[in-house]
Design a protein around this ligand. Structure first.
Ligand code: SAM
Ligand code: SF4
Length: 449
């Protein structure tokens, strides 16, 4: 195992998009962005509907491990102007459409959406619904911190149609919690989980992270034991992404406090073993679900998708990203909003799409995205060796990974073995033409293990 790890534990993308953000090279102008959004809306709204991601960046305190786009404040006066700006941005999009969008998915991400009061979240969702049709089978979900989620939040969001709640747990160990500045008790997590179920949420997800400072295999075992007592429907078991050059908060502990690659892999293997033993199914990269959960069913029937929000059951091709740093995807182009709250708000107030970077996909990008999505979502894909891009795949890496039994190739079918699942990012890298053509000189991605 040690040899495999030292060979494959290299910096690599997480493939929530292809091309990955550092390789976006052809940003759409504002006018081109409008055209891509409109064309995608006209092509897909009636058939598949649209998805909306809304970024709510505020948190009351900084968890020092965090890699998300956040703004730390205890001033709740920021809520109202931010919600007004989001609705103004939504209007910029709906003014482009000549009919009402059919909304199949809304995801509130962050930051901490439950930083906002229930009344303000209601204003936001009602404002979105006013200019669209929320489909009867729409999937409405939110991320929340157990430390700021009240029963009133859950009642209000349930009334608005939310049925999926994702709670940030990370780790229950007191030493780890203190180091990452995130003290949260089992009792708090249990209370919010119980409330959500009583109120009528049908799916509760927990985010866990392995590879955090001072974590040990024993502390992971204790955390998973406690998680199993509450039996969430889904679990995201993330590898800690250490990117202190982007997130200076991560410098509050040192690299010496972090488990090395071998130990980190043992944590993953032990956590996974315990979750499988407890009846969870492994879905895509880093995700587990109870067998009757929608994501597990979608995985079995090969209907799983992946977008910037992670794994989803919704196949929408048009995803509108609202809020600071959000990424929109028209299927033909990506566009990312400004990353600083004030600059984002100023652009929207001036009536402009607040996009600051993006990428218009080429035909080749679209083919390679389909292949990479297949590997990430289904652990298998069909290799079309007649495409010109095939000459640039890393055949050498594929051969090595086959020898190491991470993949099996029969004819044109590539399959990821169960031994290969922890290395799914490495497998995708063999097909990432942008990365193969322009190997970065400095480290821009977190390690794959
Ligand atoms: C927006 S937060 C979740 C909601 C809420 N803010 C909370 O913390 O409870 C999204 C999730 O991203 C994951 N995450 C954040 N920073 C990470 C990092 N550096 N490496 C791996 N996962 C990370 C955490 O599991 C976190 O729960
Ligand atoms: S982990 Fe969640 S609560 Fe903590 S800083 Fe990040 S977004 Fe905020």
């Amino acid at each position: 195992m040690g040899d495999l790890l030292s060979k494959y534990n290299v910096p690599g993308p997480r493939y929530t998009s292809y091309p990955t953000v550092p390789f976006w090279s052809d940003p759409p102008s504002e006018e081109q962005w409008r055209q891509h959004v409109k064309a995608s809306f006209d092509a897909y709204n009636e058939k598949d509907g649209i998805s909306i991601y809304i970024h709510l960046p505020y948190c009351e305190s900084l968890c020092t491990f965090c890699g998300c786009n956040t703004r730390i404040t205890v001033n709740h006066g920021v809520e109202k102007p931010y919600i007004e700006t989001l609705l103004k941005e939504w209007k910029l999009y709906t003014d482009l459409f000549e009919e009402k969008p059919i909304i199949k998915e809304i995801h509130l991400g962050g930051g901490t959406p439950t930083f906002f009061s229930p009344e303000n979240l209601k204003k936001l969702i009602n404002g979105i619904a006013e200019r669209g049709i929320i489909a009867a089978d729409a999937d409405l979900s939110l991320e929340a911190s157990p430390r700021s989620t009240t029963l009133q939040h859950l009642h209000t969001l349930h009334e608005l149609g939310f049925r999926r709640l994702s709670l940030g747990i990370q780790d229950f160990d007191p030493v780890v919690q203190k180091t990452i500045n995130r003290i949260q008790t089992f009792g708090q997590v249990k209370a919010v989980t119980d409330w959500a179920r009583e109120v009528g949420f049908t799916s509760v997800n927990y985010d866990l992270v392995y590879g955090l400072p001072f974590q040990t295999v024993a502390s992971i075992e204790q955390t998973v034991d406690l998680v199993n007592l509450l039996r969430p429907d889904r679990i995201a078991f993330y590898s800690y992404a250490h990117v202190p050059w982007v997130k200076p908060g991560q410098r509050s502990f040192t690299e010496k406090d972090l488990p090395d690659g071998e130990l980190k892999h043992q944590m993953y293997a032990e956590g996974k073993r315990m979750l499988l033993q407890a009846g969870y199914t492994e879905i895509g990269m880093d995700h587990f679900a109870l067998p009757e959960e929608a994501l597990a069913k979608a995985f079995r029937s090969r209907k799983l998708h992946r977008n910037f929000m992670g794994y989803t059951t919704q196949p929408s091709k048009l995803m509108i990203g609202l809020g600071v740093s959000s990424i929109g995807d028209t299927w033909t182009a990506f566009g990312q909003n400004l990353k600083v709250v004030e600059a984002y708000m100023e652009a929207v107030q001036a009536g402009k799409f607040p996009i600051f970077r993006g990428h218009v996909l080429t035909q080749e990008d679209m083919r390679m995205r389909a292949l990479i999505l297949d590997i990430m979502c289904h652990f298998r894909t069909q290799l079309d060796r007649s495409t010109p891009a095939a000459s640039e795949w890393s055949e050498r890496s594929l051969e090595e990974m086959e020898q190491d039994r991470l993949i099996r190739i029969h004819g044109d079918e590539l399959e990821v073995t169960s031994k290969g699942r922890p290395y799914v990012r490495n497998i995708c890298m063999a097909f990432d033409l942008h990365l193969l053509r322009n190997k970065p000189d400095t480290q821009i991605f977190s390690m794959t293990v």
